[in-house]
Design a protein. Structure first.
Length: 438
């Protein structure tokens, strides 16, 4: 079925860099340190090393797909082109799960963070207000949304550089060695979701390819520069945080046994008083990091849901653009409603894990789709070809597969919930699909 609902092209490489880094950067400010509790320094470092390799290989492989097929559907578009509707549906739903479930987890963190400064404001109320504000910004237009994302992402990057500058002079290798593998090598597998959290959602850049000027060139520049920036920031943050006083210091606040979601302030407090300007500055800028990822993933989720509706895999209304702003307004509002429901469960860690299930499923199907398209459509125009094919996508595929197995083994109940979401959505699709509708 032909559909003329199109998105406005306004994005250049700098905007794509801002989106790519912004989608991810909250993972540098909170959440990753929970992997230290599972695996210690060596366990999380091992997991993170493999995940960095996976994301480097995946990103450049995914760029080939995004440049060849610049559509808002991302993985959904690629899998459908390679294997047809069934696997396309699975890839699209996995993508939707990742992008729709990650924002409420970040919204919780935003609410908790603002609550520190304004304790009379309920966390859930702050989270809902954040959803309303940034969904509205995204409805108003992708150029305005991307411009705001670029600004808050730049501030968040500066915050990480300030942090690195403060802690690196006090770095000691001995702190990395202290109790480095408390749970043995099994801890490295348990730490995998938190290593993934460092980079989760970088692939959202592909979902705005349709709104990119000269996507065959600019997606490569934006995608490549974003992943390289994130790898550097990850290494600085990981080593700098642990190197000042060992991993326990950035997991457990003094006198407490409950893990903290604020590793950077905890690391700085090993060197400076809690009221020191550097501690306060990094803590305040941390809010920009949370907002950058929250805002950016909402943007990517809207495009993913929009393409599902535009192609007849979800209610057709989701595939309509706003008549004035040419943005996927209905898709954005439906995603916000689902986010509200997730917020009221109060299960932040579980929501993050389900998002990781969606991400790993997406990575696996996308790499298989790349290999299938290379074989079945050798004449497809590919402005960018991933180097060292098939080694590079093969590495990404293997690491993603092992990570998904580990995630299932350590989260059996959540894996069943994730599988249930996929099965129920597919049954709904089968029962509502009309004859001849694509």
């Amino acid at each position: 079925m032909e559909n003329n609902q199109g998105l406005k092209k306004t994005l250049g490489p700098l905007m794509l860099w801002g989106l790519g880094v912004g989608y991810v950067i909250s993972g540098m400010y909170f959440g990753w340190n929970l992997g230290l509790e599972k695996g210690g320094t060596l366990g999380l470092a091992t997991a993170t090393g493999f995940i960095i390799i996976m994301y480097l290989c995946f990103t450049f492989s995914y760029t080939e797909l995004a440049c060849a097929l610049p559509r808002a559907g991302g993985a959904f578009t690629y899998a459908r082109r390679a294997f047809g509707d069934k696997l396309g549906f699975l890839a699209g739903m996995a993508q939707n799960v990742e992008f729709i479930f990650a924002p409420p987890a970040i919204a919780f963190a935003i609410g908790a963070y603002v609550n520190i400064f304004f304790p009379t404001l309920p966390v859930i109320a702050i989270a809902i207000i954040a959803y309303l504000i940034f969904t509205y910004i995204n409805i108003r237009g992708v150029e305005a949304a991307a411009s705001l994302e670029l600004f808050i992402t730049a501030v968040a990057v500066v915050g990480l550089l300030i942090f690195a500058g403060a802690v690196i002079p006090h770095f000691e290798v001995e702190h990395l060695k202290a109790n480095a593998l408390p749970e043995g090598w099994k801890g490295a597998f348990a730490a995998l979701p938190f290593a993934i959290w460092f980079f989760l959602a970088i692939e959202g850049v592909a979902n705005v390819a349709e709104e990119t000027v000269n996507p065959q060139r600019n997606v490569l520049i934006g995608f490549g520069s974003a992943i390289l920036t994130l790898v550097v920031l990850c290494l600085l943050t990981f080593l700098g945080s642990i190197g000042v006083s060992g991993w326990e210091a950035v997991v457990f606040p003094e006198g407490q046994t409950t893990a903290s979601d604020s590793p950077l302030p905890l690391a700085l407090e090993q060197l400076y008083p809690a009221q020191h300007p550097i501690v306060k500055a990094v803590a305040f800028i941390g809010l920009f990091g949370l907002v950058a990822s929250f805002h950016g993933i909402i943007l990517a989720a809207g495009r993913s849901t929009f393409e599902f509706g535009r192609e007849g895999f979800a209610p057709a209304g989701l595939g309509q653009v706003h008549p004035k702003f040419q943005t996927p307004a209905k898709a954005l509002m439906v995603n916000m409603g689902i986010g509200f429901a997730a917020l009221f469960t109060g299960k932040t860690a579980e929501i993050i894990t389900i998002a990781c299930f969606g991400a790993l499923t997406l990575y696996i199907i996308s790499m298989v789709s790349l290999i299938a398209l290379r074989r079945n459509e050798p004449d497809l125009e590919r402005p960018f070809r991933v180097p060292a094919y098939p080694l590079v996508p093969g590495i990404a595929l293997i690491i993603a597969g092992v990570s998904l197995v580990a995630l299932v083994l350590y989260n059996p109940i959540l894996s069943l919930i994730y599988l249930g979401i996929l099965l129920l959505s597919y049954l709904w699709y089968l029962t509502t699909k009309k004859n001849g509708k694509t």
